[in-house]
Design a protein around this ligand. Structure first.
Ligand code: NI
Length: 261
């Protein structure tokens, strides 16, 4: 059994064949999926999808998140944050706040706006006792600073981890999780030592679909069925047995996000 701990199934690129994508995921052993929201309207789409497939046979069990991606921070309004708060508090299958965080690589939104929204997501996660899903790209120092402000009152995951050792150490010291995508399967991937250094009880796997398809699918649309490639690569890099990697990454995701109901 595998968990795709982060994907964007509400993305328009899944519009034509979303049900087929879900069938293929389950056929590939992906029994549970966390569907991650990118903004207020998307959080409503995510919960719409969760409600639509609930109890349906032949598809994985889905849970979701509510939050504003740093790319979209500049366009977020107070109404969006109200929607996110309500869904995170009241929807039974919304199990985390996010994704939020900082992206100073693309910088689609002003840095100060990203930071302020990230802090609000952290505060909401703390208030509701939910984990927070964090995206950080080329923003190690600022991300570490905001994690430290939350202290051990907030627990979260650094998803699609591409940062350096200092940020990873800060996160691990605070009890956070680290999650990897298909990026670790790319020939150009240069941080295999960091992948080896994460304790097994802090690791999760994800696709971030439709983005970041792992080799040999690189460049095409990604989908949750391909999370097995990420687990395979983790096993190779860490010199571990694949079944063992599948076992502990699945256990970590189920436990961390409480993917049980
Ligand atoms: Ni994402």
């Amino acid at each position: 059994m595998l968990v795709d701990s982060h994907c964007h199934l509400t993305d328009p690129r899944f519009e034509a064949d979303r049900r087929g994508v879900l069938f293929r995921a389950l056929a590939a052993g992906v029994e549970r999926i966390l569907v991650v929201a990118s903004n207020g309207a998307d959080a409503l789409s995510v919960t719409g999808l969760l409600d639509e497939v609930e109890g349906m046979a032949e598809v994985p069990r889905l849970w979701g998140t509510a939050g504003v991606h740093p790319h979209e921070a500049g366009g977020a309004k107070e109404e969006d944050l109200s929607v996110i708060r309500e869904l995170a508090r009241d929807h039974p299958r919304v199990v985390a706040v996010g994704e939020t965080g900082l992206d100073f690589h693309y910088e689609h939104s002003p840095r100060a706006v990203q930071e302020s929204l990230f802090r609000r997501h952290m505060a909401l996660a703390e208030e509701l006792g939910l984990p927070v899903v964090v995206h950080s790209r080329d923003a190690d120092e600022a991300t570490a600073r905001i994690l430290l402000e939350g202290g051990t009152r907030v627990r979260g995951v650094l998803h699609c981890f591409t940062g350096g050792e200092a940020l990873m150490d800060t996160a691990l010291d605070l009890g956070w999780m680290v999650s990897f995508t298909g990026i670790i399967t790319f020939k150009s991937y240069g941080s295999r030592d960091l992948v080896r250094s994460v304790p097994g009880d802090r690791l999760m796997v994800e696709t971030d679909a439709p983005y970041l398809a792992p080799a040999p699918h690189r460049g095409r649309r990604n989908e949750p069925a391909f999370v097995s490639r990420v687990a395979e690569e983790l096993a190779v890099i860490r010199g571990e047995d694949l079944n063992e990697v599948m076992g502990y990454t699945t256990g970590n995701a189920v436990c961390f996000f409480d993917l049980t109901s």
